[in-house]
Design a protein around this ligand. Sequence first.
Ligand code: RB5
Length: 149
Amino acid sequence: MKIAIGCDHGGDNLRPSIAEYLQKLGHDVIEYLPKSGESTDYPQYGKMVAEDVVANKVDAGILICGTGVGISIAANKVKGIRAVVCSEPATARLSKQHNNTNILAFGGRIVGSVLAKEIVKAWLDAEFEGGRHARRISMIADMEEESLC
Ligand code: RB5
């Protein structure tokens, strides 16, 4: 798979080990990151990765900020994005099986690198189950269409 990773300064501690892990699993990785030591703004990285995902330039996105919260909120503003923030593997797996999430986020100040890799693996290995879950995702897509924002 081709995977885009984006992070702000709060997530850059974890980014290198996650990128290396993905490459070891055989994935191609594109990275969007701040200059070394720069304090930066997470929305821009959420947007860059989200736009790559909806444009099908990549197959999936991974976002890391301090908590994973701000960068996932930003990504979810891009139409077609279903980003989840996870601190454990079970939610990551279920978010793919039930919600067909296309971006995974986590916090560089919340999870360590071993747990983050387990979260990534659970998410990448899981498959969308379709059926009733597809109907619910369509309802969310309808909400995007109806939104005045
Ligand atoms: C940056 O200090 C921090 O606020 C950011 O990385 C993130 O945690 C926001 O949700």
